[in-house]
Write a protein that binds this ligand. Structure first.
Ligand code: ATP
Length: 326
């Protein structure tokens, strides 16, 4: 395998708090290892349009505490075509970049895998997504911060829900994964979590009414993952009003609030460890792997595993949430 001398870093897909800490870690660990490091702006889009700058250690000063990503992020249809990827490859060659670190979610790592195979190009991925839906890692960069944001928001809504004796459906992110909704519900003491993983097995709303609500409760909070499989908070609230008119129902959609804010200590440390591990992986001749964390140890997860496998929800969490909401 040829020796790597220059690496490029990009962030892609939805932004997540802690991406900046990851960019800082890859840059500094890369320079420490003797690499030239290039920041690539706006994900695969900026790669194709050559928005690239060489980074020194100063480029990543004072960013560990900032949410979002200094490299910006984007979604890019062109990268899904062979012509777009060829163009990206040509740009990398022109800059003499011989390896990439891609920070993003499932889609970004899918793109990275295809590109790496097509051009035999070394790529290491970092799981950067608030959804925590990548297989092979206990946590993704941004998940812990988003979970804390959800918890703080639910605490606030609880005050008004209790005062007015209302039932609130609070929608949180998680198109295909209920980690934010379920753990958000446990952390905030919500009465229920409606998640995509279980929507086909039970009528979750009926289940909720039968088991979750007791007449002695004068207010309730239900966290709903935004997935079409759950019906979303609006859909559930509408159904609730029709089927159970005795409840005074309200909806709050947390939306992009969940993506912003200064990363938690957990996410900063996770991103720092993973960023440094990405450089170690390249030095170690690892290719096409995502850096993961398992039982507090860094692991290398082949792209194919991280992307193709669904990360299962721990049923112990579901049981705990249900038992504690009686
Ligand atoms: P999030 O989890 O926050 O949504 P993500 O990384 O999954 O982040 P996507 O929008 O799914 O976000 O993907 C980001 C980008 O990755 C896409 O805009 C596209 O450029 C690239 N990508 C996704 N899927 C493919 C694919 N099949 N082939 C090539 N590139 C892809």
């Amino acid at each position: 395998m040829s020796k790597i001398e220059s690496i490029g870093i990009l962030t892609s897909g939805g932004d997540a708090p802690g991406m900046n800490a990851a960019i800082r870690a890859v840059t500094r660990a890369g320079i420490f290892a003797g690499f030239k490091v290039f920041g690539i702006y706006r994900g695969f889009k900026g790669l194709i349009s050559d928005e690239i700058e060489e980074f020194s250690t100063q480029n990543v000063s004072n960013i560990i505490q900032r949410g979002g990503t200094i490299l910006k992020t984007a979604r890019c249809k062109e990268f899904q075509t062979p012509e777009g990827r060829q163009c990206a490859y040509d740009v990398l060659r022109r800059h003499g970049i011989d390896a990439l670190v891609v920070i993003g979610g499932d889609g970004s790592l899918t793109g990275a895998r295809i590109f790496a195979n097509e051009f035999s190009f070394p790529i290491v991925g970092l799981p950067g997504t608030i959804d925590n839906d990548l297989y092979g890692t206990d946590s993704t960069i941004g998940y812990d911060t988003a979970l804390n944001t959800i918890m703080e928001c639910v605490d606030k809504i609880r005050d008004t829900a209790t005062s007015h004796e209302r039932l609130f459906f609070i929608e949180v992110m998680g198109r295909d994964a209920g980690f934010l909704a379920l753990n958000g519900a446990i952390a905030s003491g919500a009465e229920a979590a409606i998640i995509p993983e279980f929507s086909t097995q039970t009528d979750q709303l009926a289940d909720l009414i039968d088991h979750g609500f007791r007449k002695s409760k004068n207010s309730s909070i239900v966290l709903v993952a935004e997935s079409p499989l759950t019906g979303g908070a609006m859909g559930l609230a509408k159904r609730m009003e029709e089927e159970y008119p005795q409840y005074d129902v309200r909806v709050t959609i947390l939306g992009h609030l969940q993506r912003g804010g200064s990363p938690s200590a957990f996410d900063r440390i996770l991103a720092s460890r993973m960023g440094a591990a990405a450089v170690d992986a390249l030095l170690d001749d690892q290719r096409n792997v995502m850096i993961g964390i398992k039982n507090d140890e860094i692991v290398y997860v082949p792209f194919t595993k991280a992307i193709k496998n669904d990360k299962p929800i721990n049923t112990e969490l579901i049981n705990t949430q249900r038992r504690l909401s009686i």
